[in-house]
Design a protein around this ligand. Structure first.
Ligand SMILES: CSC[C@H]1O[C@@H](n2cnc3c(O)ncnc32)[C@H](O)[C@@H]1O
Ligand SMILES: [Zn+2]
Length: 431
């Protein structure tokens, strides 16, 4: 059994009862074994990490992204969603190869680990390559093969999704979980969604879908089906009896919020993507107050344009304060909960997101010896409002040290940047 001991760090357990305290964390195998003061386990070959001048917290959970879209970063900007997708993104995605997906995902994992993310929810294509990247790098992920229910690839998407779930659900020592990924109400008609739901139930997995992202989506679905997207999904029974991860949920009525809350739908809030595509502002303060399950996501790097959850937390807190003109809305601790324990809950991961015995050891150590983090009146406020990704010093996922003193342990950083740069350049000129 491998052992890892973090000594004398500031610990942020995220468990509501405790704020923060100075102490030690002992990790055995892939789980946290003990949290306390002056721990001295007698495990041979123990790795000791000096926690002096660092804060340890659960790793960030990115609840919605399209990892390999890193290859299309800054390829289409300053447009609304449907123009961006149909004129810039989808034509390029048609040229993606398995190798592109592998290296684009490796690049995204590199960026995520370096900014403190230990788990992500992905919806994209060629998911075997995504799963391979997850397995090799040691990160945790909830993976969905994106399904478009229109056109001649709709049935293929169902078959490939089934094969993907059978092959990868619970693999990589349990770090990979799978969901089915019907893309959105405007690309997956009701009859197709019924097939997806039946398949999800047969496989015993949940769903990951884009929902109520733009005003255009709401108007189009209303015109086509006489109902809003949330009501349409509810009328199909999509939320009933299965785990659903719904990305965006920007345009919701109070009644629709109640539907999502009643069914414990996990909501992935993507403030930066919503701001950049000018999709709107999701009613997060209302949802949180009413008891919704809300986590944070970046969306893909082509609409954000990075995968940095520290930045996303700050944006989230500031956005909702300014739109409500109320600085008490979404205080720092609540936003940090969204990025950690609530994000894990949104993905259905019960043993992730807290620092407590029995929890998976997904931990990050943030260097506090920085001018912009000094003084330390409130570590949580410093993390949400002042920290930068380069302050993340060490990253532990499933008990393994994957980044030490900012050096990647499981990845060849230079090779990933080289391969991804080459493929990104090639992708945008392919005919
Ligand atoms: C079918 S795989 C996923 C699919 O989703 C596209 N996508 C990326 N960002 C968004 C977004 O904000 N809303 C809707 N769809 C999005 C991505 O390009 C893939 O085609
Ligand atoms: Zn998305």
């Amino acid at each position: 059994m491998t052992g890892l001991l973090i000594k004398n760090a500031l610990i942020l357990p995220m468990n509501k009862e405790t704020t923060w305290f100075q102490g030690d964390i002992y990790v055995e195998g892939n789980s946290i074994k003990e949290v306390g003061k002056e721990l001295s386990p007698d495990t041979p070959n123990i790795t000791i990490l000096d926690g002096q001048d660092t804060v340890v917290l659960p790793g960030f959970v990115n609840c919605h992204t399209h990892a390999a879209m890193t290859l299309l970063r800054s390829y289409g900007d300053d447009m609304p969603l449907m123009v961006w997708l149909s004129q810039r993104i989808w034509p390029r995605e048609a040229h993606l190869t398995e190798e592109d997906i592998y290296w684009g995902t490796m690049l995204s994992i590199l960026e995520m680990i370096k900014s403190g993310t230990t788990c992500f929810a992905d919806m994209y294509f060629y998911m075997d390559q995504v799963a391979q990247a997850v397995e090799e790098t040691g990160i945790r992920a909830s993976l969905s093969r994106g399904m478009i229910g229109l056109g001649d690839k709709a049935e293929l998407a169902l078959r490939e999704s089934e094969e993907f779930v059978q092959k990868w659900h619970g693999k990589a020592q349990g770090r990979i979980t799978c969901l089915l990924g019907p893309h959105a109400p405007y690309t997956c008609p009701p009859d197709y969604l019924k097939e997806v739901m039946a398949l999800a139930d047969k496989l015993g997995v949940g769903l990951h879908i884009h929902l109520a992202e733009t005003r255009t989506e709401v108007e189009d679905i209303q015109k086509q089906y006489g109902m809003t997207p949330v009501k349409l999904m509810d009328s199909l029974g999509l939320f009933t009896g299965r785990h659903v991860l719904a990305a965006h949920c920007v345009h919701l009525t109070p009644e629709e919020r109640a539907i999502l809350i009643k069914h414990q739908v996990g909501i992935a809030h993507n403030p930066e993507s919503n701001m950049k595509l000018a999709s709107g502002v999701a009613p997060i303060p209302e949802l949180v107050k009413e008891g919704a399950r809300v986590g944070l996501g970046t969306d893909g790097a082509a609409s954000n344009n990075n995968l940095d959850l520290l930045e996303e937390m700050r944006t989230c807190a500031l956005l909702h304060k300014v739109t409500t003109q109320d600085p008490t809305v979404l205080p720092a601790y609540q936003v940090l909960e969204m990025a950690t324990r609530n994000g894990a809950q949104v993905l259905g991961l019960e043993k992730v997101g807290l620092i407590a015995p029995g929890q998976k050891a997904d931990l990050i150590m943030v260097d506090l010896h920085k001018p912009h983090l000094t003084p330390l009146h409130d570590p949580v406020a410093n993390l949400v409002y002042a920290a930068q990704s380069s302050d993340v010093k060490n990253v532990i996922i499933d008990g393994k040290l994957v980044m030490k003193d900012r050096h990647m342990v499981t990845m060849d950083e230079e090779r990933v940047i080289y391969e991804a740069r080459k493929r990104g350049q090639d992708l945008v000129t392919r005919q």
